[in-house]
Design a protein around this ligand. Structure first.
Ligand code: NAD
Length: 253
């Protein structure tokens, strides 16, 4: 496992904490050097990677600003010599305010779509150049089972994740000729730090999520990381344009 991604460089967005931090640590454990970006400090994630003997570089990143995204990708190339793997994880997610469709303001809609959907687009766009240079790349977009189920109470979030699934397909078709694979990982409700800190994601909502699964238990970040590593590794090189649900069998394609 430690050699699976040896010599590879991975960039992970929204990696200060939560699933993004877990993904960065998992990729580093598999041998990749990691560049971690977030709007808040990624020092803790970098320290965790280094404590495992891995290489990490932290960057302040706002995925909604193209200059910031370009600087993030440039840092990967400057520090580690290139970019092989991009994980588009940054999102307004754990802190989202639940509300029915008629409660969501136009500003809230725009904010969620801008970070989640346009942010993913900006990062893919910036990563294409260094990946084309190597004739190889793996892009993993973090979607959500909510986009497939049409979960109520977060219409802007659901729409943003639906956009990510469609963008995954469009990008996979455009970039396959350059050796760049683009897939999405769709978690179900997973008890990340962000989810645990938002009281909206507790009680009946968690219970009904668990009830919808074939494997009836709470999901934790560790349930996702091996699938992420698989999508980043050569073993999935003939897989592109796909959305892989990792949710205990709630969504079935
Ligand atoms: N936890 C779940 O139940 C769940 C389920 C389905 C999908 N997901 C997806 O998994 C990913 C991670 O989930 P999480 O639970 O760790 O979420 P989270 O809200 O805890 O973490 C999101 C991270 O993104 C960062 N971020 C926000 N705006 C940013 C910006 N403009 N630029 C850069 N970084 C920014 C935040 O600072 C934070 O560190 C998200 O894409 C989320 O939508 C999570």
């Amino acid at each position: 496992m430690a050699d699976l991604l040896a010599g590879k460089v991975a960039a992970i967005t929204g990696a200060a904490q939560g699933l993004g931090a877990e993904f960065a640590i998992a990729l580093a454990k598999a041998g990749a050097s990691v560049v971690v970006g977030d709007i808040v400090s990624t020092d803790e994630t970098c320290a965790a990677v280094r404590a495992l003997g891995g290489q990490a570089k932290g960057v302040m990143l706002d995925v909604t600003r193209s200059e910031s995204v370009e600087a993030f990708v440039d840092e990967a190339v400057k520090t580690f010599g290139g970019l092989d793997i991009l994980v588009n994880n940054a999102a307004i997610s754990g802190q989202i305010r639940l509300g029915s469709l008629t409660d969501v303001s136009s500003d809230e809609w725009d904010r969620v779509m801008t970070v989640n959907a346009r942010g993913t687009f900006e990062c893919i766009k910036a990563a294409v150049r260094p990946m084309k240079d190597r004739g190889y790349g793996k892009i993993i977009n973090i979607a959500s089972g909510t986009a497939i189920k049409g979960s109520p109470g977060i219409p802007h979030y659901v729409a943003s994740k639906g956009a990510i699934i469609s963008l995954t397909r469009a990008a996979a078709r455009e970039l396959g000729g350059c050796g760049i694979r683009v897939n999405a990982l769709a978690p179900g409700l997973t008890m990340s730090e962000g989810m645990k800190s938002n009281p909206s994601w507790s009680g009946e909502i968690v219970a009904s999520n668990i009830a919808s699964r074939a494997i009836k238990r709470e999901a934790v970040p560790a349930d996702l990381v091996d699938t992420l590593v698989f999508l980043a590794s050569p073993g999935s090189d003939f897989v592109t344009g796909q959305t892989l649900s990792v949710d205990g069998g709630s969504v079935m394609n």
